[in-house]
Design a binder for this molecule. Structure first.
Ligand SMILES: O=C(O)C(=O)C[C@]1(C(=O)O)C=C[C@@H](O)C=C1
Length: 108
């Protein structure tokens, strides 16, 4: 048996030090992106609140189906542009629209 045979550095007991640092850094990157996503969702909701106010003043309905279709089409186009799954991105936008409608209705 050579010393090499007892070398267990490749036994999978979890990531080594450099891999761990790399993983931590990547997770920090995700954490910061996640914060930005929530900030953008909040911004989108605030703008929708302003839209809701304008609609109320003009006696318009909360739901605007043609606008929803335009938002969904754009979501699909942007997903393709950034090479992410269009159906998944559209599902997220569907939720964002529903979130706004619940918010807009609660203020009527
Ligand atoms: O553009 C509007 O009229 C909105 O109220 C915003 C929004 C959206 O979240 O994109 C929400 C509800 C409408 O049915 C259409 C679009």
């Amino acid at each position: 048996m050579t010393p090499d045979d007892t070398d267990d550095s490749n036994v999978s007991t979890g990531p080594d030090r450099t891999e761990e640092t790399n993983l931590d850094e990547l997770r920090e990157e995700i954490q910061s992106i996640d914060r930005e996503i929530v900030e953008l969702i909040a911004q989108r909701t605030y703008v929708a609140d302003s839209i809701a106010q304008v609609k109320r003043e003009h006696g318009l309905a909360t739901t605007d189906e043609s606008q929803e279709a335009a938002v969904m089409a754009r979501a699909g186009e942007n997903a393709e542009r950034f090479e992410v799954d269009a159906n998944m991105v559209k599902a997220i936008f569907r939720l964002l629209i529903e979130l706004n409608k619940i918010e807009q209705r609660s203020e009527r």
